[in-house]
Design a protein around this ligand. Structure first.
Ligand SMILES: NC(=O)c1ccc[n+]([C@@H]2O[C@H](COP(=O)([O-])OP(=O)(O)OC[C@H]3O[C@@H](n4cnc5c(N)ncnc54)[C@H](O)[C@@H]3O)[C@@H](O)[C@H]2O)c1
Length: 400
C-alpha cells in the first residue's frame, strides 16, 4: 500500500508525516521546488508544536519528497481552494490541476481523496468530468486547527464521503493508521457540505460576539463579562470577539455558500461582513483611545501580532494585515509592528525584538493572543494598551 500526498502545505505536510510516522509507505509531492528541497534536506517549512518529532519519525520510516506525482494506490490531495472575490464561488483550478497530474500517472481504480475544503457539488461539477470513471473519488475534509494540529490529527472525528462503502472503508483504514477519532462514512456531497457548515457556524458565532462587543461598547457594558455569564447557561456557547477573522478556513468557507446560494444565505453573508468590518472598528477604537490618553503621534503606537491567530506563523487573511491596509488608506504611516512568530519581513516598520519594539512607544494594540504576550504582559505596564483579545489586564488597558 502506497499513499501519495499531493500538496505539502499546512494540511498536506502533517498528514503525510502522520501517515509515514505510523508505518504507511508515503511520498509527499509539491509543485514548490524550494519547499521540496527543504524537506529533502530535513528542514521543516513551517512551525507547529511537535512537528519536528513527527518529521524525524517519518524520515526514519522512509518518507520521500518530490515534485513529481508517482504511481500509488491512494492519492490524498491537499491543495488550496481559494474563492473568487467577485463571484464568491470556489476557484477549483488547483484541485483540477492536481487531479490531472494524478491521472497522468495512476493506475485504473486508484483512489483519489480530495482533502481540500470544497463547497457541495464541487466533486460532481469539476472533478468527476475529468476523471471520467478512471479512479474512485473520495472527499475527506480536514478539520484540524493550526497550533494544535498534531493532537487534532490524531483525535478529531473525521468524515469520509465516498460513492460506495467499499471505497469508504478502504480510505477509513488508511486514516485509521494515525486517527483514533470516530470516522463516519457518508456520500461525497454530505461530506463537502458538513465541512463548510462547521466553519460557517464558527464564523456566525464570532460575528455575534463581535456585534455584542459593539453593542456593549455603545451601551457601556463589559462584553467579556457578559459572554462569560451567558456561557454559564448549559445551552449557550458564545465565542470571543476580536479584531476580525482570518486564516484559510473560517474567513473563506462561508463565502462558498454565499457564492452558490446568494438568495438563501443572508445571515451567512451578513456575518462575513460583520467580521470583515472589525479592522475598521479597531481603527476607530485606536483613535478613541489615543484621544482619551492624549496620544497624538501614530509613531508612538505599536501593533502586537501579525498572524491570523495565536501561536502560529500563518499570515493568510490576517486581521492585522487588514488593519495595516486601513491605516495606509487613511494616510497613517510609521506604526511599528511586532510578532514573535514571524521572522520574515512581512510589513513595513516590522521590528524583530520585543524590547526594541516597546522602546519609545506610548501605546500597544494587542491583536493576537500569542502565549508570548501572556508571558510578557508585565512589560506593557505603564503603557496604554488596546487589547482586542482580552489577554492583558491592568489600569491602562482598553478593550474593543
Ligand atoms: N490551513 C488550515 O488550517 C486548514 C484546515 C482545514 C482545511 N484546510 C484546507 O486544506 C486545503 C489546503 O490548505 P493548506 O492550508 O494546506 O494550503 P497551503 O497553501 O498551505 O498548501 C497547499 C500546497 O499545495 C501545493 N500545490 C498546489 N497545487 C499543487 C499541485 N497541482 N501539485 C502539487 N502541489 C500543489 C502548493 O505549492 C502548497 O504548498 C485548503 O482547501 C484548505 O481550505 C486548511
Amino acid at each position: 500500500m502506497k499513499v501519495c500526498v499531493v500538496g505539502l502545505g499546512y494540511i498536506g505536510l502533517p498528514t503525510a508525516l502522520s501517515l509515514a510516522a505510523n508505518g504507511v509507505n508515503t511520498v509527499g509531492v509539491d509543485l514548490n521546488k524550494n519547499m521540496v528541497e527543504k524537506l529533502q534536506q530535513g528542514v521543516l517549512t513551517f512551525q507547529e508544536d511537535g512537528l519536528d518529532g513527527l518529521f524525524a519519525k517519518a524520515l526514519e520510516n522512509g518518507i520521500r519528497f518530490t515534485t513529481q506525482v508517482e504511481q500509488a494506490d491512494c492519492y490524498i490531495v491537499a491543495v488550496p481552494t481559494p474563492y473568487d472575490s467577485v463571484t464568491h464561488k470556489v476557484d477549483p483550478v488547483y484541485i483540477i490541476n492536481a487531479v490531472k497530474s494524478v491521472l497522468a500517472v495512476c493506475g485504473d481504480n486508484a483512489v483519489v481523496v480530495v482533502e481540500s475544503t470544497i463547497p457541495p457539488g464541487t466533486i460532481d461539477t469539476h472533478v468527476r468530468p475529468i476523471v471520467n470513471g478512471r479512479v474512485r473519488l473520495v472527499h475527506a475534509p480536514e478539520r484540524i486547527i493550526p497550533g494544535n494540529m498534531l493532537f487534532e490529527l490524531a483525535h478529531n472525528a473525521r468524515v469520509i464521503g465516498a460513492d460506495d462503502e467499499e471505497t469508504g472503508l478502504f480510505v477509513k483504514q488508511i486514516y485509521q493508521s494515525f486517527c483514533k477519532g470516530d470516522i463516519v462514512i457518508t456520500d461525497i456531497r454530505t461530506a463537502e457540505m458538513s465541512k463548510v457548515v462547521e466553519n460557517t457556524y464558527r464564523d456566525i458565532n464570532i460575528a455575534f460576539a463581535n456585534e455584542l462587543a459593539r453593542i456593549c461598547r455603545a451601551g457601556g457594558m463589559d462584553v467579556h463579562k457578559i459572554i462569560e455569564v451567558a456561557n454559564m447557561h448549559p445551552r449557550v456557547n458564545i465565542l470571543q470577539p476580536g479584531p476580525g477573522v482570518g486564516g484559510h478556513c473560517i474567513s473563506v468557507d462561508p463565502w462558498f455558500l454565499v457564492g452558490d446560494y446568494p438568495n438563501e444565505s443572508r445571515l451567512i453573508h451578513t456575518a462575513r461582513c460583520v467580521n470583515d468590518s472589525m479592522p475598521d472598528h479597531v481603527l476607530t477604537r485606536i483613535r478613541e483611545v489615543m484621544a482619551e490618553e492624549n496620544i497624538t503621534d501614530f509613531k508612538e503606537i505599536g501593533l502586537y501580532g501579525l498572524s491570523y491567530k495565536e501561536d502560529v506563523d500563518d499570515l493568510r487573511e490576517s486581521p492585522t494585515l487588514a488593519l495595516i491596509e486601513r491605516l495606509k488608506a487613511a494616510g497613517i504611516s510609521g506604526v511599528r509592528v511586532f510578532d514573535p512568530m514571524i521572522e520574515t519581513n512581512a510589513v513595513d516598520n516590522q521590528v524583530y525584538d520585543f524590547n526594541a519594539f516597546l522602546s519609545g512607544l506610548k501605546m500597544v494594540v494587542v491583536l493576537v493572543s500569542h502565549s508570548h504576550i501572556k508571558q510578557n504582559a508585565d512589560k506593557l505596564r505603564g503603557l496604554t494598551v488596546l487589547d482586542t483579545r482580552h489577554v492583558v489586564f491592568g489600569p491602562n488597558v482598553h478593550r474593543l
